[in-house]
Design a protein around this ligand. Structure first.
Ligand code: GRF
Length: 333
């Protein structure tokens, strides 16, 4: 079996055997969110597993729990180290543990830009507020002081800005009369424990979800000049406005259970060459003939620059000469 960085194992050319995505969790203290992630991962249907729990405080109580549950742990104090230097140590541990994703769970450290860039689009955080409200610390008191009817928690993708980045999901928690920051925090924490494992599970599988994949294809295809989307034979497809089609999004067509994009090839032998080069990814789409090739998108390791490139090439085979000329000029800038 052929292993891929995304944690997908390819079994054969007709299908894939999914293995669990590998997640490293960073904590600084109690680690109750880490525990929620850990116990959710114990269910056989959970699509991720924890491969490392690391802390910047060797005394972090969460470390003991992780170790007792058989999860490898790593602790190193950040004291006396420059931010980037410390982050490099953590990064090396995560990578040697085989982590493909990072989940921050009460990690009380600002991250270096290098660390954030190294895990771009692969690192999540949980924050105890309904973002974009109340970034940083003291969120519960702020919600109380503002007279909000609800507090809550958010799971978001980590970007360079603190507690920023696209929100993947939120749970609102009603504020009760007489609530203190502590009583509210305790209820929000229950919501956190429900939300985080779900969001993480969705996140690690989203690159195999039809809706996410279609949106990704759409983004690339509709960025091409005069491209539009229509539905043909139940398939979303992309063409030049009032012109020819250059891509089809195929989801389980003809009962093949495959999510793929079909694009035009640029030379007669190209289809065969591509299939030969990577038979688990490329295939001859039924009823489309030799001028098209299918590229599977649900293998978990799709190179989207490559898909963008194939879409561009395919678009070129059907674009009117005048449009081609204009695009060539535009591409030079
Ligand atoms: C949680 O409230 C989390 O939202 C915030 O820090 C706290 C960590 O708690 N980022 P725990 O260590 O997960 O119990």
């Amino acid at each position: 079996m052929d292993r891929h960085p995304s944690g997908v194992s390819r079994a054969n050319r007709t299908g894939t055997v999914q293995v669990k995505a590998k997640v490293g969790v960073l904590i600084s203290g109690r680690g109750s969110n880490m525990a929620a992630l850990l116990y959710a991962a114990r269910h056989p249907s959970c699509p991720y597993e924890l491969v490392l729990v690391a802390a910047n405080d060797p005394e972090a109580p969460g470390l003991k729990l992780a170790a007792a549950e058989g999860v490898p742990t790593f602790a190193h104090s950040h004291k006396g180290l420059k931010r980037a230097e410390f982050d490099r140590i953590v990064d090396a541990q995560l990578r040697s543990a085989g982590a493909e994703y990072v989940a921050l769970a009460g990690y009380m450290r600002l991250l270096s830009p290098e660390f954030v860039a190294g895990w771009e689009g692969r690192m999540l955080n949980i924050h105890p507020s309904l973002l974009p409200r109340y970034k940083g610390l003291g969120t519960h008191q702020q919600a109380l002081d503002a007279g909000d009817s609800h507090a809550g928690c958010s799971v978001h993708i980590v970007t360079a800005e603190l507690d920023d980045g696209p929100v993947l999901g939120q749970t609102a928690v009603a504020i009760l009369p007489g609530d203190t920051a502590e009583s509210l925090a305790a209820r929000v924490l229950m919501a956190e424990h429900q939300l985080y494992p779900r969001m993480l599970a969705e996140f690690v599988t989203r690159e195999r979800q039809p809706e996410w994949l279609l949106n990704k294809v759409r983004e690339h295809a509709l960025a091409l000049p005069q491209a539009d989307e229509v539905t043909s034979h139940g398939m979303p497809c992309f063409g030049i406005e009032k012109g020819k089609k250059f891509a089809y999004f195929s989801q389980g067509n003809h009962g093949d259970g495959v999510i793929a994009i079909l694009v035009k090839t640029t030379a007669p032998e190209e289809q065969a060459m591509l299939i030969e080069s990577d038979p688990a990814r490329y295939y001859r789409p039924a009823y489309f003939g030799d001028g098209w090739v299918g590229i599977k998108l649900d293998l978990g390791d799709t190179d989207w620059d490559h898909i963008g490139d194939r879409l561009d090439k395919s678009w070129r085979t059907v674009a009117p000469r005048k449009l081609l000329g204009l695009k060539d000029i535009a591409d030079q800038f």
